[in-house]
Design a binder for this molecule. Structure first.
Ligand SMILES: [Zn+2]
Length: 87
């Protein structure tokens, strides 16, 4: 993994995805994350997965996502990324 030059690392990017998808980031921060997503396959996949999941959740329960589900998904994303980068 060589993704340290652009400021945002993988872990940081994945953590920030939630805020990114919620539109809670500053323009500057968004640009940083987008730049990382441009250069990092595992994070793009995590981002796509998360965006898709958000849609499913939004359709099913509009106003409340259980914290247990969020943390389970986050764990799955991290595990997925580790699996991909191990290949
Ligand atoms: Zn990454």
């Amino acid at each position: 993994m060589t993704s340290s030059e652009s400021g945002a690392g993988c872990e940081e990017t994945i953590e920030t995805l939630y805020h990114f998808l919620d539109g809670e980031l500053t323009d500057e921060r968004r640009a940083e994350i987008e730049r990382h997503l441009d250069a990092c396959g595992p994070c793009v996949r995590a981002y796509g997965f998360e965006a898709e999941l958000r849609q499913v959740i939004a359709n099913k329960c509009r106003d409340h996502v259980p914290a247990s589900l969020v943390s389970r998904v986050h764990a799955a994303l991290v595990e997925e990324e580790h699996r991909r980068s191990a290949d």
